[in-house]
Design a protein around this ligand. Structure first.
Ligand code: MLT
Length: 263
């Protein structure tokens, strides 16, 4: 993994292949290795960039409280440093929340969006309370306690039944995160803006992807996005939960490939 100083942190990143740039934004509380199957596939046709958000994977942290706008600023600065003016941005779940924050500030730098297993609405009060409790759990019990809570929700029933080893891969990603990084991202997600009003303003081509067994951001959320974003198309990935890209990498890659070929 390469390292680069971005704003007030050092971020771990990969920059592979050549061609039109595509950036993949990882989910909470994972890291960029969740995109390994996509890097392997798309680096032969595109310039593929992945990185760990501050506090996750091999990236550092600072005293700045993480938030979706801070994540968006990190992404913009990373693009500057890599001399990329415009890119296709693919975000899954929290990566999608960050993609909305990025679009809000830097729309002119977005060639196209791929929004996977995510939602536009902000948290309600109950969800916010849950985030603060979970942040406390991360700080007191560490990343493994977060893994225990999250893994059954992240994976779909089919994966849990047929490919249970995927859970081990997820667990080691979660355990690579800094507990404070997890806590800060939770607070950042609790405080994130409602992006519902942004949806009709999104004018770039947008692909929306969702696993049909996604329990955290179910297909109804994806349908809402598809109805509100003008130039959008929806792809439902069969037998996948919330982590559609790594639960069903072949179907996911096929959907993305078809879309990228039409851009
Ligand atoms: C994620 O996968 O990024 C998280 O589940 C998002 C969330 O907790 O809202």
């Amino acid at each position: 993994m390469k390292k680069i100083k971005v704003n007030d942190v050092e971020l771990a990143y990969r920059d592979e292949g050549s061609g039109k740039p595509i950036l993949f934004l990882h989910a909470f509380p994972l890291n960029q290795t969740m995109w390994d199957e996509q890097v392997a596939k798309f680096a032969s046709t595109h310039r593929v960039i992945t990185f760990d958000w501050r506090g996750f994977g091999e990236s550092g942290m600072s005293s700045t409280q993480s938030s979706m706008p801070i994540f968006a600023d990190d992404l913009a600065e990373l693009l500057n440093l890599l001399e990329i003016e415009k890119a296709t941005i693919c975000g899954l779940s929290m990566g999608g929340y960050a993609a909305f924050a990025f679009y809000r500030e830097y729309a002119e730098r977005v060639n196209a969006l791929i929004l996977c297993d995510t939602r536009a609405a902000a948290d309600n009060d109950e969800a916010k309370r849950g985030r603060y409790e979970m942040a406390e759990l991360a700080r007191t019990k560490g990343a493994s306690a977060i893994g225990e809570q999250m893994i059954p929700k992240l994976l779909g029933e089919t994966t849990l039944k047929i490919r249970p080893t995927v859970a081990d891969r997820i667990r080691s990603m979660i355990e690579a995160a800094q507990p404070e990084g997890i806590a800060q991202a939770l607070i950042g997600m609790a405080q994130r803006e409602n992006s519902t009003n942004l949806l009709p303003q999104i004018s770039c081509p947008t692909l929306i992807v969702v696993g049909d067994e996604d329990k955290l951001t179910p297909p109804t959320e994806a349908e809402t996005l598809a109805q509100s974003i003008r130039a959008s198309r929806l792809e439902v990935i069969k037998d996948a939960g919330h982590l559609s890209n790594l639960e069903q990498p072949a179907s996911f890659n096929q959907a993305i490939n078809k879309y990228l070929n039409q851009l």
